[in-house]
Design a protein around this ligand. Structure first.
Ligand code: HH2
Length: 334
């Protein structure tokens, strides 16, 4: 199999024949031709043939948001043990205040009640529902209108969240953990985020291995997209995410971030969730997770430069400022 990775550009001056990336402001005129067991080759975009159609086509709106510009998904973990903000927003009042503040900067709010950090243990369903659904209901009652995603692997949690006013299911297991979650998403007609992972949170960082991490993750996501489609979830309601840190070493994470534009070949919006993760601390020299904002912003912008449509972040205000500047410099909407 041959894979085509667009070499994404943002320059306002475009050569003749430049191909728009996913109907947005970025473009490419060359692609990297990737094949297992062969050296990568940079070739003119036209050599990608019909694969260009998928790379160039505008993406459908996702939860009502146009996907022709980058969007910020702001994280709210209503957990005692999340790796960077665990315990801070467990009390309902604290969760609500943080969610309202985050909604000022973010296009989507991602609410989770179970940590999936390395080593985390599963949370009972009732507990996860009690942490998340009331916060979602309270946000809606307070008039917060931004799309809300429920970050869960479990159908019962997603169902309660959707009933409380959530719009999107964000599953770090890409519908492989709970067999009832895919059918629920299909029946309710809601968009889903399918994230790649290897192993389970308990053990995933033990010794992750890949033949070729970029191509293996691409194939893994292609399989999960196909499985979701088979359940009746159309590709237009799916976003894909390479799953930074989920069964990946620092080198794996870097290879995925460098190669992010490959995932546009799946024909879905691409989501990047790198915020405050360990590799940012390792490379950036920031031991404490809450000291990793600058590195997180840098990685979010690196994703945006490769045409990622959604960045999932803890620091919504700071990321919004950085994004505005990036867009202004690159001539896009500020
Ligand atoms: N990362 C985390 C949780 N959910 N969802 C998507 N789509 N992509 C991600 O990269 C992702 C995710 C882990 O980060 P966080 O929520 O901050 O921590 P914890 O799992 O400890 O609550």
């Amino acid at each position: 199999m041959i894979y085509w990775r667009p070499l994404v550009q943002s320059d306002l001056s475009r050569p003749r024949g430049a191909v728009p990336l996913a109907g947005g402001a970025l473009w490419f005129s060359q692609v990297e031709r990737l094949e297992r067991g062969r050296a990568p080759q940079v070739v003119p975009a036209a050599e990608a043939g019909s694969a260009l159609d998928v790379l160039a086509a505008p993406r459908a709106d996702f939860a009502g948001l146009a996907m022709d510009r980058p969007r910020i998904m702001g994280i709210l973990n209503v957990t005692p043990d999340s790796f960077s903000d665990g315990g801070r927003f467990l009390a309902p009042q604290a969760a609500l205040a943080q969610a309202r503040a985050m909604a000022e900067a973010a296009d989507i709010l991602d609410i989770g009640g179970e940590s999936t950090r390395p080593g985390a243990l599963p949370v009972p369903v009732d507990e996860e529902i009690a942490r998340t659904a009331p916060v979602i209901a309270a946000l809606r009652a307070a008039g917060v209108a931004v799309p809300i995603s429920i970050d869960t692997r479990k159908a019962a949690v997603a169902k309660a969240a959707l009933a409380a006013g959530a719009d999107i299911i964000n599953d770090v297991a890409a519908l492989s953990y709970d067999p009832a979650l895919g059918p629920l998403a299909a029946a309710q007609g809601v968009p889903v985020v399918l994230m790649h992972h290897q192993g389970t949170p308990e053990t995933m960082q033990a010794d992750p291995r890949y033949d070729d991490v970029l191509l293996d993750v691409f194939d893994g996501l292609a399989d999960r997209v196909a499985a979701a489609e088979a359940l009746g979830i159309p590709r237009s309601r799916i976003a894909v995410d390479p799953g930074i840190g989920f069964g990946k070493t620092v080198a794996h994470n870097l290879a995925l971030i460098r190669g992010l534009s490959l995932f546009h070949g799946l024909g879905c919006p691409v989501l990047l969730g790198a915020s405050r993760k360990r590799f940012i601390g390792v490379i950036g020299g920031a031991e404490a997770a809450d000291a990793r904002m600058p590195g997180s912003v840098a990685v979010a912008l690196a994703g945006v430069a490769q045409g990622v449509q959604i960045v999932r972040v803890h620091d919504g205000t700071e990321t919004r400022q950085a994004l505005r500047l990036w867009q202004a410099v690159n001539g896009g909407e500020a």
